[in-house]
Design a protein around this ligand. Structure first.
Ligand SMILES: Nc1ncnc2c1ncn2[C@@H]1O[C@H](COP(=O)(O)OP(=O)(O)OP(=O)(O)O)[C@@H](O)[C@H]1O
Length: 271
């Protein structure tokens, strides 16, 4: 396994309680692991620990057999790319330069980007369909446009592990599907991917394994069809959902919701 989490616990400095405890997980090359869980359960905090951005308070994270905290920033950056949920830039870099920054781990301290870095940058921009934004200031983009640019930067970085915090949260329907298919393509080329999502259907679509995060722990981990059940969805999200199993196309969640009911409620057990 390229990334292994062993009995991980985490608390923010100065906070009285822990965010999560006793989490053990692993992801292999070419595998997509999707973490599902309710708001505030600790998914973002876990992903930051996986990327070496926050130190665990208990347990260990190993990247290619080495404790992640023992690796240099360059080693981490060449191996792991982290795409945050929201990113507010401090400087007004262009989109092109923002994507080009994905090449930084491969450049010497004072070395300018090489021609090959520019080619990789242009390919990444093209594969996201954002060439028309290349000269625009990143700080002037919409949330969805920024998310596409950050994904292009990750492609330019060519890491072995990609950690994606809600990669589709700002995207329109078409771009959501585009990112999901790029995630699958990356997995096909042996990249390990850990992502979070608020949409269980996305886990069905792209994940090889799903981890359900609930009450500060991983409540279940396994193949999406085994782990994402009506019972677990009701438990973690507190709503009634039906699952459609379609052998040709995979499974899908359908909320049990009637907009014509008196108070348009989510139905539970024929209430
Ligand atoms: N910088 C911080 N300092 C202290 N507590 C924090 C900090 N960031 C997050 N928290 C707390 O840690 C807990 C987990 O937050 P986190 O952002 O990891 O959850 P999440 O599952 O990603 O949530 P969401 O789905 O809403 O994005 C929350 O209770 C949150 O209030």
């Amino acid at each position: 396994m390229i990334l292994e989490v062993h009995k991980a616990g985490f608390a923010y400095p100065g906070s009285s309680g822990t965010v999560f405890n006793g989490i053990s997980l692993s992801v292999g090359a070419g595998e997509v692991l999707c973490i599902l869980g309710p708001n505030g359960v600790g998914k973002t905090s876990l992903l930051k620990c996986l990327s070496g951005l926050l130190p665990l308070t208990e347990g260990k994270i190993s990247c290619k057999g080495e404790n992640i905290l023992a690796l240099s920033r360059t080693q981490v950056a060449r191996t792991i790319a982290h795409v945050p949920q929201l990113h507010n830039p401090v400087f007004a870099y262009s989109v092109y330069d923002t994507v080009l920054m994905g090449r930084t781990p491969y450049l010497g301290f004072f070395s300018p980007p090489r021609q090959s870095d520019r080619v990789i940058t242009e390919q990444a921009i093209d594969s996201l369909g954002i060439a028309h934004l290349a000269e625009k200031a990143y700080s002037e983009l919409s949330g969805g446009e920024r998310q596409l640019v950050l994904f292009a930067r990750v492609l330019a970085q060519q890491p072995e592990i990609i950690v994606l915090d809600e990669p589709t949260s700002h995207l329109d329907y078409g771009n959501q599907l585009k990112i999901l298919s790029l995630i699958r393509n990356l997995a096909r080329s042996r990249t390990a991917i850990v992502m979070t999502s608020h949409n269980p259907d996305h886990a069905f679509m792209v994940a090889d394994r799903v981890g359900i995060m609930f009450n500060g722990a991983i409540a279940a981990v396994g193949a999406p069809e085994e782990v994402i059940t009506v019972e677990i969805l009701q438990e973690i999200y507190g709503v009634a959902v039906t699952l459609l199993r379609n052998d040709g196309f995979g499974s899908m969640c359908v909320p049990v919701f009637n907009k014509y009911a008196g108070n348009a409620k989510l139905w539970r057990n024929n209430e």
